[in-house]
Design a protein around this ligand. Structure first.
Ligand SMILES: Nc1ncnc2[nH]cnc12
Ligand SMILES: [Zn+2]
Length: 335
């Protein structure tokens, strides 16, 4: 199998706060004079064992407090983009959680400006395209999500879309109907996490009430044949994150991951990394992990990369370029 890190791809499910490596947690804590609830990088690394989504989120939010300034967000995204570049990423639609920062007194503009600084540099340096998807924390009140959206309405052009993340069970998507309606008025694309820990009953309203164009995770959709049929027929892309699902105990081991069944069902599946510094691998590592677990052939891996282009919000012109890069890479492998 050729080096799958070199396969050109797009990343569509990546929380930028989930790329905070332990060393950077400590470096930023020191830069900002913040004390941490861990004594060392090694102690933090030892905590990277999770029992479920919530056990991960608790650590993710605890570490995010080190992010304060525009330079912090730019440095975080620069480090991610360098790794993404090394793993074949040509286009990225990056999630960020403004409410995790505004609740600590960090202005949303600080977050957006820092992330955009790094994206602009990666575009100049490596030709990486993409943008930002603003996620609402679904376990906070809907009014807070609406306030957050209004606070960035004047710069909606700096965003690609909106998403919904954090604790799923107990916080059904339909709560956010007004928020998504307003996002659509602002011309933003709509995605949401659903069917990660919640069952199909969390996916249906994301589709039917929020009108999402892409489904994040969505793995539990397989439990409802009618839902699978709706996702297949409408070709709603699913952003699957294999290492994440294993580490958050959605499945015990990679070979039990439902990815092959999703492909067999005709779903438009993409492979992504979610929170790579917490889950033991960036996007290329996820491609390698699924190839090895399922012994996928090269054409399947190329098809997954192609799906990542189809599922993106890139312009038709950019999609054509990306497809050309994938085709050229495959041809060079003799595929
Ligand atoms: N996998 C995930 N699910 C829900 N919210 C998240 N925030 C960061 N990663 C997440
Ligand atoms: Zn996620």
């Amino acid at each position: 199998m050729p080096d799958l890190l070199a396969l050109p791809k797009t990343e569509l499910h990546l929380h930028i706060e989930g790329t905070l490596e332990p060393e950077m947690v400590f470096a930023l804590a020191e830069r900002n004079g913040i004390s941490l609830p861990f004594d060392s990088v090694d102690e933090l690394r030892e905590r990277l064992e999770f029992t479920d989504l919530q056990s991960f989120l608790d650590l993710y939010f605890a570490c995010s407090i080190v992010l304060r300034t525009r330079a912090d967000f730019a440095d975080l995204a620069r480090a991610y983009l360098a790794r993404a570049h090394a793993q074949g990423v040509r286009h990225v639609e990056m999630f960020f959680d403004p409410q995790a920062h505004t609740s600590r007194g960090v202005a949303v503009d600080t977050v957006i400006d820092g992330l955009r600084d790094a994206l602009a540099e990666a575009n100049l340096e490596w030709g990486i395209t993409g943008g930002l998807i603003l996620c609402f924390l679904r376990d906070l009140p809907v009014e807070k999500a609406l306030e957050t959206l209004e606070s960035v309405a004047h710069r909606a052009g700096d965003l690609v879309g909106v998403g919904l993340d954090s604790t799923e069970v107990g916080y059904p998507p339909e709560l956010f109907e007004r928020v998504y309606r307003r996002a659509r008025e602002l011309g933003l694309h709509a995605v949401a996490h659903a069917g990660e820990e919640g069952g199909p009953e969390y996916v249906w309203p994301a589709l039917e009430v929020l009108g999402i164009e892409r489904l994040d995770h969505g793995i539990r959709s397989l439990e409802d044949p009618a839902l699978v049929e709706a996702l297949r027929e409408r070709q709603i892309p699913l952003t699957v994150c294999p290492l994440s699902t294993v580490r958050l105990r959605g499945v015990d081991t990679m070979v039990e991951h439902p990815l092959p069944r999703m492909l067999d069902a005709g779903l438009l599946v993409t492979v992504n990394s979610d929170d790579p510094s917490y889950f033991g691998g960036y996007i290329g590592d996820n491609y390698v992990a699924v190839q090895q677990a399922f012994d996928f052939d090269l054409s399947t891996m190329v098809m997954l990369a192609g799906n990542s282009v189809t599922a993106s919000f890139a312009s038709d012109e950019r999609k054509a370029e990306l497809r050309g890069e994938i085709a050229a890479w495959s041809a060079a492998q003799g595929a």
